[in-house]
Design a protein around this ligand. Structure first.
Ligand code: ZN
Length: 253
């Protein structure tokens, strides 16, 4: 989600069309062969299941790597966020530009949405202090792997392994990463719903997602029973979006 009001109207539509053209083959491939086959056919896929660091970042597809929580946990109370971070061994906390979760937070708290990045920074610093780990800085839009004003995610990964980093392997669908391993089911579902709403909102591909070209939720797990539970959660969240969302359940070897 963007707080940059310069990207509007025709320019924005042009950007959406240009970026959509780039991701469309991936969207169609996912629809055609499914997530499981997509993953199985991707070479060196195991490399996507090791984290280079355990610093906390947003679920935003533009802030790849490490551990993820929406807005680095801004939608939670500080004690709950701390608890999750300790479980995930979080070693540092980042904030980032144009954070959709920080915007949701600002709206919820009746604060100025245009200032939402500031609240994101403040939150990340407070959480880092509470965890006694460094605040690693604000990831500016130029350093993010998406353009300003547009979420180019075509998927949300509902990751039960806690180790997934899709940026490690070229060719994997661009997507939000929800670190389900360290979240309870209720909050996991909240993050997944947030990701889908951002993708379907005015800062995502929005109505480009339909029955023919759906948004994908890719549930990842290495244990059948847990994977089934998490896939059921994903189906529950996706139900209200009808056939515009496709659920893929990927059991890893
Ligand atoms: Zn964010």
């Amino acid at each position: 989600m963007s707080s940059n009001s310069s990207v509007v109207g025709q320019d924005h539509l042009f950007l959406v069309d240009k970026e959509w053209k780039e991701v469309l083959p991936t969207v169609l491939k996912l629809k055609k062969i499914g997530g499981r086959k997509y993953f199985n056919e991707t070479e060196n896929i195991s490399e996507a299941f090791s984290l280079s660091d355990t610093d906390l970042r947003c679920i935003d597809e533009g802030t790849a790597g490490g551990v993820h929580m929406a807005g680095s946990g801004i939608l939670l109370n500080i004690n709950r966020a701390e608890e999750i971070c300790k479980k995930a061994n979080v070693s540092g906390v980042y904030s980032h530009a144009e954070c959709g979760a920080a915007r949701i937070y600002a709206k919820r708290e009746n604060l100025d949405e245009e200032e939402s990045d500031e609240f994101g920074i403040e939150w990340a610093k407070t959480l880092a202090e509470k965890l006694k780990v460094p605040y690693k800085g604000h990831i500016e839009i130029e350093k993010m792997v998406r353009p300003s004003g547009l979420h180019t995610a075509v998927a949300a990964y509902y990751d039960g392994t806690g180790k997934f980093d899709n940026s490690k392997i070229a060719g994997l669908p661009k997507g939000f990463v929800i670190n389900r391993k360290y979240l309870d089911s209720d909050y996991g579902k909240t993050e997944l719903k947030t990701a889908i709403e951002i993708a379907f909102g005015s800062h995502g591909f929005s109505e480009k997602f339909n029955q023919e070209t759906p948004f994908s939720v890719i549930v990842l797990g290495s244990e059948k029973e847990t994977l089934d539970t998490e896939a059921a959660e994903a189906r529950e969240v996706a139900a209200s979006f009808g056939e515009r969302v496709l659920i893929h359940s990927v059991l890893l070897k």
